[in-house]
Design a protein around this ligand. Structure first.
Ligand SMILES: Cc1cc2nc3c(=O)[nH]c(=O)nc-3n(C[C@H](O)[C@H](O)[C@H](O)COP(=O)(O)O)c2cc1C
Length: 292
């Protein structure tokens, strides 16, 4: 569990995008929610990444397979930050999430410090748990230089909410984390990993959209490496995500030093499992602390 400066704690988060823009999930998950098999209240909801202005990206609601493919153990996506913009979210989704009493983290992406400052002004009055800077979207060209990421993070800090920064395997994530000490309250590792790094010898089925990025079981080894490196190099608390499907995954990441966990494509592949996993982990930790 990670305690934030506003007194809130996070332990299990949804990966940004896993339960859509408002924590209710995607339309095909609604029946599971109605049946109580998927309960968003078991998680801190990280909403799908928002930008200052609406972005078309590659996702078309009538044909999601255009940019999202199932692959063995995971997914490949080239969504590319499709979203209706922060003001839409504040108007439509935020009140709903408040009514549902969902612990909410707003994930944002900004191209420039100026954009980040405008986002910060819009986010400041909201009652949210934290802001997450998506510094690592693998499907849009972005600047990963340390000073650029730190500049955007400092601008977002002005919103007055705890700040989490989500990094990618293809970035200088250790240097970014070190430079963010005193700015961010946690580092989230890692975003989906570009196809070319996971399967260097195989052409991507989404080559026409830039190759896309892989989530789920195929990126487990990348996450473990990133968490181990971060633990050695920074004092920032670590949220680990990428390929979490079993209790064993959580135990391994805990042993490597992560203190909170995010679950993404498991919601897509087996939406009834994430809540079960959280329950199992909590039962296990309650039993072990009562034995001590
Ligand atoms: C279809 C899809 C959309 C995603 N959208 C976002 C996003 O908007 N912002 C973000 O930070 N991560 C996004 N991600 C990455 C996930 O939040 C997560 O970091 C990644 O999938 C690794 O975790 P997992 O293996 O548990 O899914 C997306 C992943 C998928 C598969």
């Amino acid at each position: 569990m990670i305690r934030l400066s506003n007194g809130e704690s996070v332990e299990f988060l949804t990966g940004s995008g896993a339960l859509g823009f408002d924590g209710r999930g995607w339309w095909w998950e609604y029946p599971l929610r109605w049946l109580g098999l998927l309960d968003p209240h078991g998680f801190t909801i990280v909403v799908k990444t928002l930008t200052l202005r609406p972005r078309k990206g590659n996702l078309r609601w009538y044909a999601p397979w255009r940019c999202v493919r199932l692959i063995p153990g995971g997914t490949l996506n080239a969504v590319g930050l499709t979203n209706p913009g922060i003001e839409w979210w504040i108007r439509v989704c935020y009140p709903r999430m408040q009514r549902m009493r969902l612990q909410t983290i707003v994930s944002v992406y900004a191209d420039s410090v100026g954009e980040a400052e405008q986002l910060a002004r819009l986010l400041a009055p909201l009652r949210i748990t934290a802001v997450e800077l998506n510094a690592s979207c693998p499907n849009v060209p972005h600047d990963s230089a340390v000073p650029h990421v730190v500049g955007i993070a400092q601008a977002l800090q002005q919103a007055g909410h705890p700040l989490i920064v989500k990094v990618g395997y293809d970035q200088p994530y250790v240097e970014i984390a070190q430079a963010l000490e005193g700015v961010a309250e946690a580092i989230h590792a890692i975003n989906a990993v570009p196809w070319r790094l996971v399967f260097p010898d195989t052409p991507s089925p989404l080559a026409h959209l830039g190759g896309g990025a892989v989530s789920g079981a195929p990126i487990r080894r990348f996450v473990r490496e990133a968490v181990a490196q971060l633990r050695r190099a920074t004092r920032l608390p670590i949220i680990a995500g990428g390929g979490i499907c079993t209790l064993h995954d959580i135990e391994e990441l805990w042993a490597l030093g992560a203190r909170a966990f995010s679950i993404g494509v498991l919601f897509l592949r087996a939406p009834w499992l994430p809540n079960r996993l959280v329950r199992q982990w909590r039962q296990r930790t309650t039993v072990s602390s009562s034995v001590m």
